[in-house]
Design a protein around this ligand. Sequence first.
Ligand SMILES: [Cu+2]
Length: 382
Amino acid sequence: MLTRRAALMGAAGIAASPLIVKAASGEEIMDTSMAPPADLSTLQRIKHKLVKPPFVHEHEQVASTGPRIVEFEMRIVEKEVQIADDAYLQAMTFNGSIPGPLMVVHEGDYVELTLYNSPENMMQHNIDFHSATGALGGGSLTLINPGEKTVLRFKATRAGVFVYHCAPGGPMIPWHVVSGMSGCIMVLPREGLTDQKGKPVKYDRVFYIGENDFYVPKDENGEYKRFEDVGDSYADTLDVMNGLIPSHVVFNGKVGALTGDNALKANQGEHVLFVHSQANRDSRPHLIGGHGDLVWEHGKFHNPPVRDMETWFIRGGSAGAALYEFLQPGVYAYVNHNLIEAVNLGATAHVLVEGKWNNDLMEQVQAPTAYNAAHEGKTALP
Ligand SMILES: [Cu+2]
């Protein structure tokens, strides 16, 4: 049972099961054409246009309808991007951004993605949804060459935030992921989010933080290397990857992507949902000056959230969510609390919060001032 896709990729036709053919490069390609069709003729369709992270397309928190087919389109873009003042990456991206866009649906909806591999690209790509069931998360039904497109539909049966990433087989998998090919889907319960007691909770805005570890090679002078194209970057990048020490750990694709002029903005009293994904490596988000009021550390909304968290944990290959009401105005830093990674390697975002200072929560009782050590006796001597 050799599919057209498998034939294109040089499959030898050695089938592990009637459903699976092996391509020359070893990846499994499924042929599901003999399965009876699903009848979804009674379902409504809705189309969402994806937006660039940290923002998210408009969506309902509580579903106002029954399950629907939710259509999305994504284009795979290979391009060089600047990831720091002195460093460039031959990136592979979903929709041109790192991370790929946050998709939002409700539990029971059908996600229908049209995926385009632009003809200017060099590489085969696909998509593995951690929220999907079967066929390597869709990976073995979506492998496409440059100039090809594919449509995958899957039923979102589990609520939570889930990573998606490219997984085109063998050593291409980690390389594509650390070159930028990951993103996140949020499957909301139809009734919306609930707290640890099952009481409904709402958010006023969502910020999607996609964390990446990058492995940019250096030349003999210690300068970061630049490459002609993505293929040219592979061998040297693989050497750095296999050392497991990233050159950069960043939020949203670049050192400073969410600080300075790019800082996130919120108002005092707003409830902000931070969705944080890391497709390859562990992270430990912490909001400096704030908390996680309700944290779905594993990111799965039918588990009760934990309260009042200081730092939480994102396992590599997963996404988590934290809801926080901003109580004070000012600048907050949302960091990976490995502080070397936050400060020296890039994993910091800033949130600027507008509002009125509350001296009950915190007051500077005396501003820093010199004191007379001889008089007050507070010297460093015993
Ligand atoms: Cu890829």
